[in-house]
Design a protein around this ligand. Sequence first.
Ligand code: FAD
Length: 473
Amino acid sequence: MSTVSYSFDASFDVDVPLLIVGAGAAGLCAALAAKEAGIAPLVIERDTVPGGSTALSAGLIPAAATRFQRAKGIVDSPQLFAADIQRKAKGEADAAVVDAVAHGAGVLVEWLADRYGLPFEVVDNFNYPGHSAMRMHGLPTRTGLELINRLRHAAETSDIAIISERIADGLLAERDGRIRGVEILRGDGGRERVGCAALILACNGFGGNRDLVRRFIPEMSGALYFGHPGNRGDAVMWGEALGAKLSYLGAYQGHGSVATPHNILITWAAIMQGGIQVNCDGLRFCDESQGYSEQAAEVLCQPGQIAWSVFDARIAVVARQFEDFRDAEQAGAILTGRTIADLAGVMRVPAATFASEWTEVESLKAKSGQDRYGRQFAPGQLCTAPFHAVKVTGALFHTQGGLAVDGVGRVKRKDGTLLPNLFAAGGAAAGVSGSSAAGYLSGNGLLTATVLGRLAGQAAARLCLERTSSDLS
Ligand SMILES: Cc1cc2nc3c(=O)[nH]c(=O)nc-3n(C[C@H](O)[C@H](O)[C@H](O)COP(=O)(O)OP(=O)(O)OC[C@H]3O[C@@H](n4cnc5c(N)ncnc54)[C@H](O)[C@@H]3O)c2cc1C
């Protein structure tokens, strides 16, 4: 049970300047930045091998005005990126954090590429909803597993200590909220206490804690959780106990296209390139191009909590750049029909209804029309045989609410003042998606994990160095 203790014997098994809880993207970016700034951090991780939700993701980081974009002639700017984030979040996201991540993302991607050799490239054969420019940066496999493995390798070659099978089980704090250390549960059942001058919470949100999901996001309480099960909301629970400000707890990243029963993510490229979703009655039910996050709840409202994503062979070629999609094909999740009538047969949906929906969409594409839900189509999205369909459900990917932070990840109290030495990044911190699933702009997850992680690592290192010099004087 995660707690905060204010009354404790102040002796620690070990003292470190900077302790980081969680070795996902946020924790490892924070650790790399702190080490560069001259502080040796200790990273603790509950799993045997660091992975987190980062390993489950597609590993795509949105960033503006990068050299990768310039090389492909893509015009973009941090200002445009910030405006896109706020437009999707309906202006609800914290302006200082949005500004920090929109400006810091380009620097972050180039830093990881140039200093640590991560071979980023910008995805330029389709765009995600809400982004005014192609700015998703991914690694060759387009997997988060590759991202986390490369970050871990960078940390190891930088001599950063990552201790696995260690669960942060409680914080030890002064009454003013100054963190003195962390109570740790070891894999062998033993306990130890680590003292620290600064603490970064990089242990993601509460998607893996059913009680907290039921409390804060009731609409997803029965949904498949597709993120890392070890993300049990410790940061939120400690923050609540410390009197920290918690923001946007109802916000989350959902996804309306997880192949079922295979549980494999089907890239939203399948929709953005001209695919549609129908329910098991063969009927469309909304504007799919709004975004995959809000689509989770839409799909879960359909009969049987499922939908069919339907597209063609041209779109499958684009989707195949994602390993997940190739896995889905291998698993037999992607059905094929030579005609729409054939496809209706293998999907077992009413053929006439489905054909009428499909024909209407294709004719709208031909004349750049808009459908009854407001979705705008274009001729470049026209589909030709053979056709494909995959049965999908809606899932909760990760929570976007968390500890309110400033532009470098320092945690705020309820009155807006800063806790003395506590930082949060990634899913542990409140995101930049405002208060709902619909505010999630693709990439917001890794954006705040990597960029805020790096900024928090730098700021926490500065704090540790200031403390060391004041101790010496
Ligand atoms: C299927 C899927 C696809 C996604 N695709 C994308 C994408 O393409 N782009 C994007 O931007 N976002 C994506 N996301 C979201 C993204 O994965 C997360 O926002 C991001 O990984 C969060 O990083 P993090 O470092 O905060 O958390 P994590 O990567 O989850 O790391 C947190 C770590 O903390 C550890 N931990 C937790 N509690 C404790 C504790 N008490 N003590 C010790 N260790 C602890 C966990 O074991 C974990 O390793 C996706 C998510 C999913 C599930």
